[in-house]
Design a protein around this ligand. Structure first.
Ligand SMILES: Nc1ncnc2c1ncn2[C@@H]1O[C@H](COP(=O)(O)OP(=O)(O)OP(=O)(O)O)[C@@H](O)[C@H]1O
Ligand code: SF4
Ligand SMILES: [Mg+2]
Length: 380
Protein backbone atom coordinates (compact mmCIF):
# COMPACT_ATOMS: atom_id res chain seq x y z
CA UNK A 1 0.00 0.00 0.00
CA UNK A 2 1.15 3.53 -0.74
CA UNK A 3 2.56 5.80 1.96
CA UNK A 4 -0.55 7.68 3.06
CA UNK A 5 -1.37 10.29 5.66
CA UNK A 6 -5.02 11.20 5.94
CA UNK A 7 -6.10 14.79 6.65
CA UNK A 8 -6.64 14.86 10.37
CA UNK A 9 -9.07 17.77 10.22
CA UNK A 10 -12.04 15.53 9.48
CA UNK A 11 -10.67 12.01 9.62
CA UNK A 12 -13.33 9.38 10.24
CA UNK A 13 -16.25 11.78 10.18
CA UNK A 14 -18.78 12.61 7.53
CA UNK A 15 -18.62 16.32 8.24
CA UNK A 16 -18.43 18.61 5.24
CA UNK A 17 -20.22 16.02 3.13
CA UNK A 18 -23.52 17.33 1.80
CA UNK A 19 -26.56 15.09 1.67
CA UNK A 20 -26.20 14.17 -1.96
CA UNK A 21 -22.41 14.41 -2.24
CA UNK A 22 -21.00 11.04 -3.25
CA UNK A 23 -17.32 11.91 -3.56
CA UNK A 24 -15.52 14.63 -1.60
CA UNK A 25 -11.83 15.15 -2.37
CA UNK A 26 -9.95 17.57 -0.14
CA UNK A 27 -6.37 18.86 -0.36
CA UNK A 28 -5.24 15.71 -2.16
CA UNK A 29 -1.49 15.74 -2.80
CA UNK A 30 0.75 13.03 -4.24
CA UNK A 31 4.53 12.92 -4.36
CA UNK A 32 6.76 10.30 -5.97
CA UNK A 33 10.26 9.92 -4.51
CA UNK A 34 12.78 9.48 -7.33
CA UNK A 35 16.57 9.39 -7.54
CA UNK A 36 16.47 13.07 -8.56
CA UNK A 37 14.14 14.13 -5.75
CA UNK A 38 10.42 14.29 -5.01
CA UNK A 39 8.09 14.61 -8.03
CA UNK A 40 5.16 16.66 -6.72
CA UNK A 41 2.68 15.22 -9.18
CA UNK A 42 -0.49 16.44 -7.42
CA UNK A 43 -0.31 19.54 -5.23
CA UNK A 44 -3.70 20.04 -3.61
CA UNK A 45 -6.82 18.95 -5.45
CA UNK A 46 -10.24 19.53 -3.91
CA UNK A 47 -13.68 18.97 -5.38
CA UNK A 48 -17.08 17.57 -4.47
CA UNK A 49 -19.20 15.47 -6.75
CA UNK A 50 -22.94 14.93 -6.31
CA UNK A 51 -24.89 11.90 -7.42
CA UNK A 52 -25.79 12.22 -11.09
CA UNK A 53 -23.33 15.07 -11.63
CA UNK A 54 -20.50 14.98 -14.18
CA UNK A 55 -17.14 16.66 -13.81
CA UNK A 56 -14.61 17.07 -16.61
CA UNK A 57 -10.96 17.22 -15.56
CA UNK A 58 -8.83 18.78 -18.29
CA UNK A 59 -5.17 19.67 -18.61
CA UNK A 60 -2.05 18.94 -20.60
CA UNK A 61 -0.07 15.74 -20.36
CA UNK A 62 1.62 15.46 -16.97
CA UNK A 63 -0.73 17.87 -15.17
CA UNK A 64 -1.70 15.20 -12.62
CA UNK A 65 -5.13 14.17 -13.90
CA UNK A 66 -4.54 10.42 -13.79
CA UNK A 67 -2.50 10.41 -10.59
CA UNK A 68 -5.36 12.23 -8.82
CA UNK A 69 -7.83 9.49 -9.79
CA UNK A 70 -5.40 6.64 -9.20
CA UNK A 71 -4.84 7.94 -5.66
CA UNK A 72 -8.60 7.90 -5.04
CA UNK A 73 -8.83 4.36 -6.41
CA UNK A 74 -5.84 3.15 -4.36
CA UNK A 75 -3.95 2.20 -7.51
CA UNK A 76 -0.68 4.09 -6.99
CA UNK A 77 2.61 2.34 -6.25
CA UNK A 78 3.52 1.72 -2.59
CA UNK A 79 6.22 4.39 -2.76
CA UNK A 80 3.74 7.20 -3.51
CA UNK A 81 3.36 9.76 -0.71
CA UNK A 82 -0.30 10.67 -0.44
CA UNK A 83 -1.87 13.30 1.80
CA UNK A 84 -5.35 14.81 2.08
CA UNK A 85 -8.71 13.14 1.99
CA UNK A 86 -11.02 11.38 -0.49
CA UNK A 87 -14.38 10.33 0.94
CA UNK A 88 -16.93 8.18 -0.79
CA UNK A 89 -20.30 8.77 0.85
CA UNK A 90 -18.45 9.85 3.98
CA UNK A 91 -16.06 6.87 4.05
CA UNK A 92 -12.37 7.76 3.84
CA UNK A 93 -10.76 5.94 0.90
CA UNK A 94 -7.15 6.99 1.47
CA UNK A 95 -5.48 4.48 3.71
CA UNK A 96 -7.90 1.61 3.09
CA UNK A 97 -6.33 -1.84 2.79
CA UNK A 98 -6.38 -3.97 -0.35
CA UNK A 99 -9.37 -6.07 0.79
CA UNK A 100 -11.47 -2.99 1.55
CA UNK A 101 -10.46 -1.37 -1.72
CA UNK A 102 -11.46 -4.49 -3.65
CA UNK A 103 -14.90 -4.23 -2.06
CA UNK A 104 -15.23 -0.68 -3.35
CA UNK A 105 -13.56 -0.91 -6.75
CA UNK A 106 -15.99 -1.93 -9.47
CA UNK A 107 -18.94 -1.88 -7.10
CA UNK A 108 -18.89 1.66 -5.76
CA UNK A 109 -16.32 3.32 -8.03
CA UNK A 110 -15.54 2.07 -11.53
CA UNK A 111 -12.69 3.24 -13.69
CA UNK A 112 -12.51 3.21 -17.49
CA UNK A 113 -9.11 3.58 -19.12
CA UNK A 114 -7.99 4.85 -22.52
CA UNK A 115 -7.21 1.52 -24.14
CA UNK A 116 -10.03 -1.05 -23.88
CA UNK A 117 -7.63 -3.82 -24.85
CA UNK A 118 -5.77 -3.44 -21.59
CA UNK A 119 -9.05 -3.74 -19.66
CA UNK A 120 -10.40 -6.76 -21.56
CA UNK A 121 -8.93 -10.25 -21.49
CA UNK A 122 -8.48 -11.50 -25.07
CA UNK A 123 -9.10 -15.16 -24.19
CA UNK A 124 -12.60 -14.73 -22.70
CA UNK A 125 -15.84 -13.66 -24.35
CA UNK A 126 -17.21 -10.26 -23.45
CA UNK A 127 -20.20 -11.97 -21.82
CA UNK A 128 -17.93 -14.04 -19.59
CA UNK A 129 -16.01 -10.93 -18.52
CA UNK A 130 -19.19 -8.97 -17.84
CA UNK A 131 -20.65 -11.86 -15.85
CA UNK A 132 -17.42 -12.11 -13.83
CA UNK A 133 -17.69 -8.42 -12.96
CA UNK A 134 -21.25 -8.98 -11.74
CA UNK A 135 -20.41 -12.19 -9.84
CA UNK A 136 -17.48 -10.55 -8.03
CA UNK A 137 -19.94 -8.55 -6.01
CA UNK A 138 -23.10 -10.72 -6.31
CA UNK A 139 -21.86 -14.29 -5.99
CA UNK A 140 -25.34 -15.83 -5.66
CA UNK A 141 -26.63 -14.64 -9.04
CA UNK A 142 -27.59 -17.58 -11.31
CA UNK A 143 -25.90 -18.18 -14.66
CA UNK A 144 -29.04 -17.35 -16.63
CA UNK A 145 -29.70 -14.20 -14.59
CA UNK A 146 -26.10 -13.07 -15.15
CA UNK A 147 -26.38 -13.70 -18.91
CA UNK A 148 -29.65 -11.75 -19.10
CA UNK A 149 -28.05 -8.86 -17.19
CA UNK A 150 -25.02 -8.95 -19.57
CA UNK A 151 -27.29 -8.70 -22.61
CA UNK A 152 -29.20 -5.81 -21.00
CA UNK A 153 -25.94 -4.01 -20.23
CA UNK A 154 -24.59 -4.47 -23.77
CA UNK A 155 -27.90 -3.19 -25.12
CA UNK A 156 -27.83 -0.13 -22.90
CA UNK A 157 -24.40 0.94 -24.16
CA UNK A 158 -25.65 0.68 -27.75
CA UNK A 159 -24.10 -2.61 -28.89
CA UNK A 160 -26.18 -3.95 -31.80
CA UNK A 161 -27.37 -7.60 -31.55
CA UNK A 162 -26.35 -7.99 -27.91
CA UNK A 163 -27.73 -11.57 -27.84
CA UNK A 164 -25.00 -12.55 -30.34
CA UNK A 165 -22.29 -10.10 -29.27
CA UNK A 166 -22.38 -11.41 -25.70
CA UNK A 167 -20.53 -14.50 -27.02
CA UNK A 168 -17.95 -12.50 -29.03
CA UNK A 169 -14.28 -12.26 -28.11
CA UNK A 170 -12.77 -8.75 -27.77
CA UNK A 171 -10.80 -9.08 -31.03
CA UNK A 172 -14.06 -9.65 -32.90
CA UNK A 173 -15.26 -6.16 -31.98
CA UNK A 174 -14.14 -2.73 -33.23
CA UNK A 175 -12.30 -0.31 -30.88
CA UNK A 176 -15.48 1.68 -30.22
CA UNK A 177 -17.47 -1.49 -29.46
CA UNK A 178 -14.75 -2.71 -27.11
CA UNK A 179 -14.82 0.58 -25.25
CA UNK A 180 -18.62 0.23 -24.91
CA UNK A 181 -18.08 -3.22 -23.40
CA UNK A 182 -15.68 -1.64 -20.90
CA UNK A 183 -18.36 0.98 -20.09
CA UNK A 184 -20.90 -1.84 -19.64
CA UNK A 185 -18.51 -3.57 -17.21
CA UNK A 186 -18.03 -0.26 -15.37
CA UNK A 187 -21.81 0.13 -14.89
CA UNK A 188 -22.45 -3.57 -14.15
CA UNK A 189 -22.76 -3.11 -10.39
CA UNK A 190 -24.52 0.27 -10.36
CA UNK A 191 -21.50 2.21 -9.06
CA UNK A 192 -21.82 5.55 -7.28
CA UNK A 193 -18.94 7.04 -9.27
CA UNK A 194 -17.55 6.26 -12.74
CA UNK A 195 -14.09 7.64 -13.54
CA UNK A 196 -13.30 7.63 -17.27
CA UNK A 197 -9.63 8.46 -17.97
CA UNK A 198 -9.23 9.54 -21.61
CA UNK A 199 -11.91 7.02 -22.67
CA UNK A 200 -12.04 8.20 -26.29
CA UNK A 201 -8.47 9.27 -27.02
CA UNK A 202 -7.63 6.12 -28.98
CA UNK A 203 -10.79 6.34 -31.11
CA UNK A 204 -11.78 8.06 -34.37
CA UNK A 205 -13.70 11.34 -34.07
CA UNK A 206 -17.16 9.94 -34.93
CA UNK A 207 -16.70 6.87 -32.75
CA UNK A 208 -15.54 9.18 -29.94
CA UNK A 209 -18.91 10.94 -30.00
CA UNK A 210 -20.78 7.63 -29.93
CA UNK A 211 -18.72 6.32 -27.00
CA UNK A 212 -19.23 9.58 -25.06
CA UNK A 213 -22.98 9.23 -25.65
CA UNK A 214 -22.84 5.63 -24.40
CA UNK A 215 -20.94 6.81 -21.32
CA UNK A 216 -23.48 9.55 -20.64
CA UNK A 217 -26.33 7.07 -21.04
CA UNK A 218 -24.61 4.62 -18.69
CA UNK A 219 -24.16 7.36 -16.11
CA UNK A 220 -27.82 8.32 -16.33
CA UNK A 221 -29.01 4.74 -16.14
CA UNK A 222 -27.20 3.95 -12.91
CA UNK A 223 -27.49 7.56 -11.62
CA UNK A 224 -23.76 7.62 -10.93
CA UNK A 225 -21.49 10.64 -10.71
CA UNK A 226 -19.05 10.80 -13.63
CA UNK A 227 -15.49 12.09 -13.81
CA UNK A 228 -14.37 12.50 -17.41
CA UNK A 229 -10.62 13.03 -17.68
CA UNK A 230 -9.24 14.41 -20.93
CA UNK A 231 -6.47 16.59 -22.34
CA UNK A 232 -8.99 17.86 -24.92
CA UNK A 233 -11.33 20.59 -23.70
CA UNK A 234 -13.46 19.99 -26.82
CA UNK A 235 -14.42 16.53 -25.51
CA UNK A 236 -15.90 18.04 -22.37
CA UNK A 237 -18.30 20.50 -24.03
CA UNK A 238 -21.77 19.00 -23.97
CA UNK A 239 -20.75 16.02 -21.85
CA UNK A 240 -20.13 17.36 -18.34
CA UNK A 241 -21.82 19.80 -15.95
CA UNK A 242 -18.60 21.20 -14.50
CA UNK A 243 -15.00 21.55 -15.60
CA UNK A 244 -11.87 21.47 -13.45
CA UNK A 245 -8.78 22.72 -15.27
CA UNK A 246 -5.48 21.34 -13.96
CA UNK A 247 -2.00 22.76 -14.46
CA UNK A 248 1.23 21.61 -12.85
CA UNK A 249 -0.52 19.29 -10.40
CA UNK A 250 -3.25 21.56 -9.12
CA UNK A 251 -6.60 22.99 -10.18
CA UNK A 252 -6.22 26.45 -11.70
CA UNK A 253 -9.88 26.98 -12.59
CA UNK A 254 -13.14 25.23 -11.73
CA UNK A 255 -16.65 26.18 -12.76
CA UNK A 256 -19.70 25.21 -14.75
CA UNK A 257 -19.18 24.40 -18.42
CA UNK A 258 -20.63 27.81 -19.34
CA UNK A 259 -18.37 29.65 -16.89
CA UNK A 260 -15.28 27.87 -18.19
CA UNK A 261 -16.09 28.27 -21.89
CA UNK A 262 -17.68 31.74 -21.83
CA UNK A 263 -16.18 33.49 -18.79
CA UNK A 264 -12.73 31.93 -18.26
CA UNK A 265 -10.67 33.79 -15.66
CA UNK A 266 -7.29 32.06 -15.86
CA UNK A 267 -5.01 32.64 -18.88
CA UNK A 268 -4.29 28.91 -19.21
CA UNK A 269 -8.01 28.19 -19.64
CA UNK A 270 -8.23 30.91 -22.28
CA UNK A 271 -5.24 29.32 -23.98
CA UNK A 272 -6.93 25.91 -24.02
CA UNK A 273 -10.08 27.45 -25.50
CA UNK A 274 -8.03 29.38 -28.07
CA UNK A 275 -6.27 26.17 -29.11
CA UNK A 276 -9.56 24.50 -30.06
CA UNK A 277 -10.35 24.36 -33.78
CA UNK A 278 -13.12 26.86 -34.50
CA UNK A 279 -15.99 26.12 -36.80
CA UNK A 280 -17.50 29.63 -36.68
CA UNK A 281 -14.86 31.36 -38.81
CA UNK A 282 -15.92 31.99 -42.38
CA UNK A 283 -12.44 31.93 -43.93
CA UNK A 284 -9.07 31.19 -42.37
CA UNK A 285 -8.98 29.30 -39.16
CA UNK A 286 -7.22 31.30 -36.46
CA UNK A 287 -5.84 29.46 -33.48
CA UNK A 288 -4.25 31.02 -30.40
CA UNK A 289 -1.84 28.34 -29.27
CA UNK A 290 -0.08 28.34 -25.90
CA UNK A 291 3.65 28.31 -26.58
CA UNK A 292 6.12 26.36 -24.47
CA UNK A 293 5.71 23.35 -22.23
CA UNK A 294 4.59 22.80 -18.63
CA UNK A 295 7.29 22.99 -15.91
CA UNK A 296 8.93 19.94 -14.40
CA UNK A 297 7.20 18.77 -11.23
CA UNK A 298 10.61 18.14 -9.72
CA UNK A 299 11.84 21.18 -7.77
CA UNK A 300 9.08 23.45 -9.00
CA UNK A 301 10.20 27.08 -8.70
CA UNK A 302 8.17 29.50 -6.55
CA UNK A 303 5.48 31.65 -8.12
CA UNK A 304 2.82 30.86 -10.70
CA UNK A 305 3.82 27.69 -12.61
CA UNK A 306 2.22 29.11 -15.77
CA UNK A 307 4.26 32.34 -15.84
CA UNK A 308 6.85 31.24 -18.45
CA UNK A 309 4.01 30.75 -20.94
CA UNK A 310 1.72 33.53 -19.79
CA UNK A 311 1.56 36.75 -21.86
CA UNK A 312 0.03 38.55 -18.83
CA UNK A 313 2.73 37.73 -16.29
CA UNK A 314 4.00 40.47 -13.93
CA UNK A 315 6.76 40.53 -11.30
CA UNK A 316 4.50 39.13 -8.55
CA UNK A 317 3.89 36.02 -10.68
CA UNK A 318 7.52 34.95 -10.18
CA UNK A 319 7.21 35.26 -6.42
CA UNK A 320 3.76 34.18 -5.25
CA UNK A 321 1.71 31.25 -6.51
CA UNK A 322 -1.89 32.51 -6.79
CA UNK A 323 -4.59 30.86 -4.67
CA UNK A 324 -7.74 29.44 -6.15
CA UNK A 325 -10.20 32.24 -5.37
CA UNK A 326 -13.92 32.74 -6.02
CA UNK A 327 -14.99 34.85 -8.97
CA UNK A 328 -18.00 37.07 -8.20
CA UNK A 329 -18.75 35.04 -5.08
CA UNK A 330 -20.06 32.12 -7.17
CA UNK A 331 -18.83 28.52 -7.23
CA UNK A 332 -16.52 29.57 -10.08
CA UNK A 333 -12.91 29.75 -8.86
CA UNK A 334 -9.64 30.65 -10.60
CA UNK A 335 -5.98 30.89 -9.65
CA UNK A 336 -4.50 34.04 -11.21
CA UNK A 337 -3.31 37.33 -9.66
CA UNK A 338 -4.99 39.17 -12.50
CA UNK A 339 -8.16 37.18 -13.07
CA UNK A 340 -10.28 40.35 -12.71
CA UNK A 341 -8.58 41.73 -15.82
CA UNK A 342 -9.86 38.77 -17.83
CA UNK A 343 -13.54 39.67 -17.57
CA UNK A 344 -15.00 39.69 -21.07
CA UNK A 345 -11.64 38.79 -22.65
CA UNK A 346 -11.32 36.36 -25.57
CA UNK A 347 -8.29 34.10 -26.20
CA UNK A 348 -7.13 36.47 -28.99
CA UNK A 349 -6.95 39.30 -26.46
CA UNK A 350 -4.35 37.39 -24.44
CA UNK A 351 -2.55 35.05 -26.84
CA UNK A 352 -1.35 35.99 -30.32
CA UNK A 353 -3.51 34.34 -32.99
CA UNK A 354 -1.91 32.21 -35.67
CA UNK A 355 -3.64 32.12 -39.06
CA UNK A 356 -3.47 28.79 -40.84
CA UNK A 357 -4.12 28.18 -44.51
CA UNK A 358 -6.71 25.55 -43.70
CA UNK A 359 -10.17 26.89 -44.50
CA UNK A 360 -13.09 25.82 -42.34
CA UNK A 361 -14.77 24.31 -45.38
CA UNK A 362 -11.73 22.12 -46.03
CA UNK A 363 -11.59 21.14 -42.38
CA UNK A 364 -15.29 20.20 -42.34
CA UNK A 365 -14.91 18.16 -45.51
CA UNK A 366 -11.88 16.34 -44.06
CA UNK A 367 -13.74 15.60 -40.81
CA UNK A 368 -16.84 14.40 -42.69
CA UNK A 369 -14.74 11.99 -44.74
CA UNK A 370 -12.90 10.74 -41.64
CA UNK A 371 -16.17 10.43 -39.72
CA UNK A 372 -17.97 8.53 -42.48
CA UNK A 373 -15.10 6.05 -42.78
CA UNK A 374 -14.98 5.55 -39.00
CA UNK A 375 -18.75 5.08 -38.74
CA UNK A 376 -18.70 2.52 -41.58
CA UNK A 377 -15.99 0.61 -39.78
CA UNK A 378 -17.88 0.81 -36.46
CA UNK A 379 -21.11 -0.60 -37.94
CA UNK A 380 -19.34 -3.69 -39.32
N1 LIG B 1 5.00 6.25 -10.56
C1 LIG B 1 5.45 7.47 -10.81
N2 LIG B 1 6.69 7.85 -10.42
C2 LIG B 1 7.17 9.09 -10.65
N3 LIG B 1 6.45 10.05 -11.29
C3 LIG B 1 5.21 9.73 -11.71
C4 LIG B 1 4.66 8.42 -11.50
N4 LIG B 1 3.39 8.40 -12.03
C5 LIG B 1 3.20 9.64 -12.55
N5 LIG B 1 4.28 10.43 -12.37
C6 LIG B 1 4.41 11.83 -12.77
O1 LIG B 1 3.33 12.54 -12.24
C7 LIG B 1 2.97 13.59 -13.11
C8 LIG B 1 1.49 13.53 -13.38
O2 LIG B 1 1.20 12.38 -14.15
P1 LIG B 1 -0.25 12.01 -14.65
O3 LIG B 1 -0.16 10.65 -15.22
O4 LIG B 1 -1.24 12.24 -13.59
O5 LIG B 1 -0.49 13.07 -15.80
P2 LIG B 1 -1.78 13.25 -16.70
O6 LIG B 1 -2.30 14.63 -16.44
O7 LIG B 1 -2.72 12.12 -16.49
O8 LIG B 1 -1.14 13.23 -18.15
P3 LIG B 1 -1.60 12.46 -19.50
O9 LIG B 1 -2.53 13.45 -20.19
O10 LIG B 1 -0.32 12.29 -20.23
O11 LIG B 1 -2.26 11.18 -19.13
C9 LIG B 1 3.82 13.44 -14.35
O12 LIG B 1 4.88 14.34 -14.25
C10 LIG B 1 4.31 12.02 -14.26
O13 LIG B 1 5.56 11.88 -14.88
S1 SF4 C 1 -0.70 34.58 -11.97
FE1 SF4 C 1 0.51 35.71 -13.44
S2 SF4 C 1 1.64 34.18 -14.65
FE2 SF4 C 1 0.00 33.12 -13.53
S3 SF4 C 1 -1.66 33.02 -14.96
FE3 SF4 C 1 -1.98 34.89 -13.75
S4 SF4 C 1 -0.98 36.52 -14.89
FE4 SF4 C 1 -0.26 34.59 -15.73
MG1 LIG D 1 -3.33 10.54 -17.68
Amino acid sequence: MANISVSTSDKGRATGTKGDTVLAVKDLAVGFPTDDGLVNAVRGVSYELRRGQSLGIVGESGSGKSVTSMAIMGLLPKTAQITGSAKLEGEELLGLGDAELSRIRGKKISMIFQDPLTSLNPVYTVGYQLAEAIRTHYSDISKSEARARCIDLLDSVGIPNPQQRVDAYPHELSGGMRQRVVIAIAMANNPDVIIADEPTTALDVTVQAQVLEALEKAREEVNAALILITHDLGVIAGHTDEVLVMYAGRPVEHGSVDEIFYQPRMPYTLGLIGSLPRMDESRDQRLTPIHGTPPSMLNLAPGCPFRARCPMHQDICAEVEPDLLPINGSGHVAACHFSDQLEGKAPDDVFAPVATDLSVEAEVEAMDAEGAAAADEEDK
